[in-house]
Design a protein around this ligand. Structure first.
Ligand code: IMP
Ligand code: MG
Length: 338
């Protein structure tokens, strides 16, 4: 029986350091030295995601395998995910070669398979128009909805297939972010799945089991892909360009340069309240603190600060007074730790 579930969710447009937060949590130990989490599960998306994880100071990049595998925790790809077999096998080989126990990785029998045709369709009809990752994600979910998709149970070796048992403490690893959600994002500039934490229940547990919701945010906004809220002119702004360079804002999956903008604090507050975030982590404070320019969008204005500390105090104060759940706030100054 499942004891409880903690959820890690992105509070923006993806790339908010969910991988870092999940891996920090996944290695938590109980009093007796055993792993605190029994299972780490992904509930949506496919290899459109790109997670950067540091283990013992070494950097790893994954796309679909949940971060539990780095710390000896069973890692499951849930029924709401889509799976590209070739890229998944490559990821498993990469993890095996790096010394991790890949027998811990299991795939839901109900997970849908991404085919070469899906990728072709994505490249031909969506990649340019919407700036998708061109990984075949939307056509695969379309076939799922049309009831003509292929299930993992019919495509993978039986030892890879998850028995769908959940037990103990489960950590749910989000992909993308709330403003890319198919229902809540700026349609059609969205991904094909539900990125909100309630969808973590699709792993197979009831909503009452959710305990903590870890919201991942960044102290400035970034966007890969097309979005009218992030016009191409942002790429020309010299200060934002400097910020993009300092923060190395290039996609893990696509290598594309991300569009960078000052934090939209109204949208962050909305994301915290809509997701029910109890534990907020704001990353890349180390990056913005070096820039020498400190701004946030708030109440329809661009608010400037002389010192980075003043910006932080403003952000924390507005979150405290506008988020009734009163989340704990952690400011992260490191790409490796929270
Ligand atoms: P798709 O998920 O490949 O269909 O892409 C749809 C939109 O979501 C595009 O704007 C992508 O750039 C964006 N997107 C999808 N996955 C990620 C991610 O992991 N990080 C950031 N953006 C993403
Ligand atoms: Mg990413």
């Amino acid at each position: 029986m499942i004891n409880k579930a903690d959820v890690v969710v992105g509070l923006a447009w993806g790339d908010e350091a969910k991988g870092k937060i999940t891996s920090q949590l996944a290695k938590t130990k109980s009093f007796d030295g055993s792993n605190y989490y029994d299972i780490v599960g992904r509930w949506a998306g496919g290899n459109n995601a790109g997670h950067t994880v540091f283990v013992d100071g070494k950097k790893y990049k994954t796309h679909l395998v949940p971060s539990g595998v780095f710390f000896g925790v069973k890692s499951v790809v849930g029924p709401g995910c889509v799976l590209n077999i070739k890229s998944f096998n490559e990821e498993i080989e990469y993890l095996k070669d790096s010394g991790f126990d890949t027998a811990l990785i299991k795939v839901s029998p109900r997970c849908h398979i991404v085919t070469d045709d899906h990728i072709e369709l994505d490249k031909r009809f969506l990649a340019e128009k919407l700036g998708t990752t061109a990984k075949g994600i939307a056509p695969c979910y379309a076939d799922k909805a049309a009831r003509i998709g292929t299930l993992a149970v019919h495509a993978l070796d039986s030892e890879m297939i998850w028995d769908e048992e959940l037990y103990g403490n489960v950590l749910c690893e989000g992909a993308q972010g709330v403003w890319l959600d198919i229902d809540h994002g700026l349609y059609p500039y969205v991904t094909s799945s539900t990125t909100f934490p309630y969808a973590a229940c699709s792993l197979g547990f009831p909503p009452q089991k959710i305990d903590k919701i870890w919201g991942a945010a960044k102290i400035y906004d970034t966007r890969s892909g097309e979005d009218p809220r992030f016009p191409a002119s942002l790429l020309e702004d010299p200060v934002l360009k400097m910020l993009a360079d300092l923060g190395q804002e290039y996609g893990v999956t696509t290598g594309r340069r991300r569009k960078v903008n000052w934090l939209n604090l109204n949208m962050l507050i909305l994301a915290i309240n809509k997701t029910g975030t109890t534990n907020l982590v704001i990353s890349k404070c180390d990056i913005l603190s070096q820039l020498g320019h400190y701004k946030v969008h708030y109440g329809g204005r661009l608010v400037s600060f002389k010192e980075f500390q003043q910006l932080l105090e403003f952000v924390e104060r507005e979150i405290k007074s506008n988020c009734p759940l009163n989340p704990s706030i952690t400011l992260s100054y490191s790409p490796e730790n929270i």
